[in-house]
Design a protein around this ligand. Sequence first.
Ligand code: NHR
Ligand code: GAR
Length: 206
Amino acid sequence: MSTARRVRTAILISGRGSNMVALIEAARAADFPAEIVLVAANLPDAGGLERAAASGIATAAVDHRPFGKDREAFERALDEVLQAHRIELIVLAGFMRVLTPWFVTRWQGRLINIHPSLLPDFRGTHTHARALEAGVAEHGCTVHFVVPELDAGPTILQAKVPVLPGDDEASLSARVLEQEHRIYPQGLALVASGAARLENAAAVET
Ligand code: NHR
Ligand code: GAR
């Protein structure tokens, strides 16, 4: 219903932000259950920041580098920005910093990611190269809740693509990215509307 309150959502990026653009465009619809109110990056020169600002969305850069190895100190600075914007839900879109249990527990159930593989296959980085090397017939992407263990959170949605003869990393990643842009807005809508929820998350030692 168009009168429903929209969930205040932040997108975290590190790079070009093509998924961010897909999410911003989907959230333009008045009946979309999430409102994108902030785009934040851990790299001040992330290309997506300018694109977000051009769409009239508030942006923030919290550079992780001055914090050195103190990941939690970086995350406390990021969290302050999120609190200042009264953020309720976080969407990682090509965000390349592993998050500590402190941050993930704080945002548990309100923090989602898209990963360019059919999880639980190919956790971590360089997923397309590894899928080609493994010779799989199908590859794809997964929208999942973030839990402290990397790429191990429960799946919300997946999309599959075929691996075709002659594929290289560029052709395969482009085919997957097209599906990311389709399912990430759907996944965000499921979480923002309450249709998908994180239940029985493993207890975390903090
Ligand atoms: N944090 C937790 N706790 N759990 C997840 O599932 C997370 C996460 C943070 C980011 C996205 C991600 C992915 O989809 C994500 C999921 C970065 C790395 C990584 O190794 C791994 C996974 C993901 C993002 N980052 C290096 C680091 O030291 C830096 C790599 C670089 O800068 O290029 O943080 O796969
Ligand atoms: C996307 O393919 C996303 O799945 C991937 O990075 C790309 C970001 O593109 N994420 C990861 O690999 C997380 N480790 P984008 O900036 O154009 O959305």
